[in-house]
Ligand binder design. Structure first.
Ligand code: NCD
Ligand code: ZN
Ligand code: ZN
Length: 354
């Protein structure tokens, strides 16, 4: 059994307010602890979106009464709220800007709407962007022009990781995260021999990429600052419907998948600690969690299955995957929060780190 610091996930969707049949602050933080995460940063694309004082209060009220692990809530950038969110910044994880189409209403299609946020949002927090391909290049240019930190969410392409590498070499304040699904899954459509039509379950933004893209991410692991789950729960019924919403659950499969990669020597245990604890803490200016750690058995093998998960969405894209490395215990601020499959932390015991 080895001990690691409490993991920090800088990218989760808890669906409260608005769609608690998918997940809420209780089930989401339950899943977080069962995945070894002691701190999570929640995205603002809820219903309503979190983009002003009253919607922030709504999310934080739910979190205060329900969260079982520590947390902070993102604010969403809208067309006319740059001053409002800048003022609320000390109460939020950071600012999220949606520059491409994805799930939810928040979107800033018009590039003219970006500048007010880049000038006004306090520089001690990053601006996190959902920006794919060329929009990502534009976001990096904004980081350079306004000389402020920008964190690129869920990168998936070879062209993206190579551009981020070049931008970092120039001293531009850009950091990035990658999800386990973009590291372990590729698009069936990209495989010439595979005639399978992409089914609704595989819908995700950014889409699963080609094997060449996946390889490029692994080859440039040093450029990747964080592993973030982008835990985006939608129910199985929704995923297999005529209009499947994009998104995969990820909180309970991330650590075992990454420990398996450590076992296969694709990265070191220290890389894992940097990308799942130290770097998210530094990038988002997060406080220390005293007396907090997790215990894992690096050699235990088991099979991932939705039937043993706590997320409300009821499925996983990694169903049946054999993994090596299992979480046994989570201690959060001196108290056992999870042990041998059971979450012990109480509802409302999580604290807002902002
Ligand atoms: C996310 C969701 O469902 O909220 N979906 C996804 O496919 N990643 C939104 C997002 O992170 O873009
Ligand atoms: Zn996104
Ligand atoms: Zn997301």
């Amino acid at each position: 059994m080895i001990t690691l610091p409490g993991l920090i996930d800088p990218h989760v969707h808890f669906r409260e307010p608005g769609a608690v049949h998918k997940e809420d602050w209780d089930s989401g933080t339950f899943a977080a602890l069962a995945g070894g995460f002691t701190m999570v940063l929640a995205m603002p694309n809820t219903q309503p979106p979190i983009f002003d004082a009253s919607s922030l209060d709504l999310a934080l009220q739910a979190a205060r009464s329900k969260a079982r692990c520590d947390y902070a809530q993102f604010l969403g950038a809208g067309p006319a709220n740059a001053e409002i969110v800048a003022e609320l910044a000390p109460r939020a994880a950071a600012l999220k800007m949606y520059l491409d189409a994805t799930y939810g209403e928040l979107r800033l299609d018009d590039m003219g709407l970006w500048a007010p946020h880049f000038t006004k949002y306090p520089r001690e927090f990053p601006i996190v962007v959902h920006a794919e391909s060329r929009s990502m290049a534009a976001a990096i240019l904004f980081a350079a022009l306004y000389d402020r930190p920008v964190h690129i969410a869920h990168i998936s392409l070879k062209e993206e990781i190579l551009l981020i590498k070049a931008a970092k070499e120039k001293g531009i304040k850009v950091t990035c995260e990658v999800t386990p699904h973009h590291l372990f899954l590729s698009s069936p459509a990209s495989d010439a021999k595979n005639t399978l039509k992409i089914n609704g379950r595989l819908e995700v933004r950014p889409p699963l990429a080609s094997k060449t893209d996946v390889e490029a991410l692994w080859e440039n692991l040093t450029v990747i600052d964080c592993i973030a789950t982008d835990h985006a729960p939608h129910t199985l019924a929704e995923k297999v419907s005529a209009k499947p919403p994009p998104g995969f659950p990820g909180l309970e499969t991330c650590l075992p998948l990454m420990l398996t990669a450590v076992n296969h020597q694709r990265l070191t245990l220290d890389d894992l600690i940097q990308k799942m604890h130290a770097n998210p803490r530094r990038i988002f200016n997060l406080p220390d969690q005293p007396d907090t750690w997790i215990e894992v058995d690096q050699n235990e093998e088991y099979t991932l299955s939705a039937s043993t998960q706590y997320t409300r969405c009821g499925w996983t894209p990694f169903e049946g995957w054999k993994v090596k490395g299992r979480l046994h215990k989570v201690v959060l601020r001196g108290k056992t929060a999870f042990e041998d499959g059971k979450v012990l932390a109480e509802k409302g015991s999580g604290i807002n780190v902002r």
